[in-house]
Ligand binder design. Structure first.
Ligand SMILES: C[S@@+](CC[C@H](N)C(=O)[O-])C[C@H]1O[C@@H](n2cnc3c(N)ncnc32)[C@H](O)[C@@H]1O
Ligand code: SF4
Ligand code: SF4
Length: 424
């Protein structure tokens, strides 16, 4: 992990390294008057927008796809579309799953800071290295102009009460994050006529707290928000504010005000294929990975042409034989249909669901794409050749199948016994 490769925290990295935002956090615990998360349009590239919402499990499948399409991703983050800690279970589960599968990827979250504190110790354990907190005001009088309400401990607080808790929690969160050695970026939205003269004070305080970098983000006018009448700050205003703030703390000047499902280099136009993938992932039936990884996957799926040998390539199998124990005896339970060919990536994620009760899949060959999609679900895939009865028995008895593993096997390559039609 090279912490220098974060494209937002380090300006030098942003042309070479990208980020992916996993949109697993739809709800929010405060209402900023500049934010509107109601609309999505592929052409609309602004914070709070996402082409879909994913569960942690769906996010893992989507992430695989992102890594396939984009080779330069150094960091996976959660930035809404609401607030990560208004959705703490989804957020923490996603971070745990990503860390378990990708030990070397940088992890990052962006939050308003209201409710992050109880999670900071675990964030540090998960090696979440970068956190962004949005701090728009340090004074109650300014805060009450920016926030409509704050929901804290299941109560909705308006006016001074809510703003004071928000500001107090933000400061405490920053201190705790710095104590745990986590890099902190602060986003401050420049809202003309509201906080433009206050940002220098924010910069001074953030510097005192040891914040690593300040991102003075120009307000993006948002139809449907309470601030829709306010104009975007001029380039001159942004430059002037950053110059003043820069006297206290280093400045991020390359922020592109990304969508909550952004993927790739900062400033890349939204990738239509990935958006489509995200929507496909959103359609997948909810299956929490821990249910899949656990012991209640007692069965074994087998690809076979005639029902005697493990001798079929997964891509060519229109059905799989499911073996399990019936009255304590290993038996053929059923022949289960596989999803239709021709749906590409979706076919394999659907197959993962079809095999939710199977801990092992025995095939004579498998392509790279299904291998990746299925391994995300926790199934153990073995490319072997041999007699089904012998192989299935070995799986049930926990014996090695080494002697059955095919030699020179390359996924969907030289060793493949399929027709060459591939796994599509
Ligand atoms: C959508 S939020 C999600 C993370 C978290 N809820 C937060 O506010 O920090 C990501 C960032 O976008 C900013 N943002 C939202 N609406 C904006 C707007 N209209 N103009 C500029 N920045 C905006 C937020 O202030 C925050 O810094
Ligand atoms: S905290 Fe973030 S998601 Fe929530 S309203 Fe404010 S900007 Fe929007
Ligand atoms: S909104 Fe700014 S800080 Fe957040 S990911 Fe995009 S470029 Fe980085």
């Amino acid at each position: 992990m090279n912490f220098e490769n974060h494209p937002c925290f380090n300006a030098k990295a942003h042309k070479a390294f990208g980020r992916v935002h996993l949109p697993v956090a739809p709800r929010c615990n405060i209402q900023c008057k500049f934010c509107n998360r109601k609309f999505d349009c592929v052409n609309e590239s602004r914070p709070g927008v996402s082409s879909g919402i994913l569960t942690p499990y769906q996010a893992m499948i989507y992430l695989e796809e992102v890594f396939k399409q984009k080779k330069n991703i150094s960091v996976a983050g959660i930035a809404g579309p609401g607030d990560p800690f208004a959705n703490p279970e989804e957020t923490m589960e996603t971070l745990r799953l990503v860390r378990a599968k990708y030990p070397d990827i940088m992890l990052c979250v962006a939050t308003n800071g209201l409710s992050i504190a109880p999670y900071i110790d675990e964030l540090a354990e998960l090696k979440v290295s970068h956190v962004t907190i949005t701090v728009n005001a340090l004074e109650t009088g300014i805060g009450t102009q920016i926030y409509s309400w704050v929901r804290y401990n299941k109560r909705v607080l308006r006016a001074e009460k809510g703003v004071e808790i928000l500001m107090k929690n933000q400061i405490q969160a920053i201190k705790k994050l710095k104590d745990r050695n986590i890099a902190v970026k602060v986003n401050t939205i420049i809202i003309p006529g509201i906080n433009e003269d206050h940002i220098e004070a924010v910069a001074a305080k953030m510097s005192e707290l040891g914040v690593d970098i300040l991102n003075c983000v120009p307000y993006y006018p948002n139809k449907g928000s309470s601030f829709e009448h306010i104009k975007e700050p001029s380039k001159e205003m942004v430059k002037e504010i950053r110059k003043k703030a820069g006297a206290y703390i280093s400045q991020m000047t390359h922020c592109t005000r990304c969508r909550a499902d952004a993927a790739g280099l900062l400033g890349d136009i939204p990738d239509l294929l990935l958006m489509k993938r995200l929507q496909e992932c959103e359609q997948l039936a909810e299956s929490r990975p821990e249910k899949k990884y656990n012991r209640d996957r007692p069965n074994v799926a087998v690809a076979s042409m005639e029902g005697v040998l493990v001798n079929q390539h997964l891509g060519e199998a229109s059905k799989l034989l499911i073996y399990g124990k019936k009255d304590g005896i290993i038996s053929l339970l059923e022949a289960r249909k596989t999803p239709e060919r021709g749906t590409g990536f979706l076919r394999w994620t659907q197959l993962g669901e079809t095999l939710a009760d199977c801990g092992t899949l025995l095939v004579s060959g498998i392509g790279e794409s299904p291998k990746k999609a299925l391994s995300t679900t926790g199934i153990n895939i073995m490319e072997i050749e041999g007699v089904i009865d012998e192989a299935v028995q070995a799986v049930f008895e926990g014996q090695s199948l080494k002697h059955l593993i095919k030699r020179n096997m390359t996924a969907c390559g030289l060793g493949c016994t399929g027709s060459g039609a591939g796994c599509g």
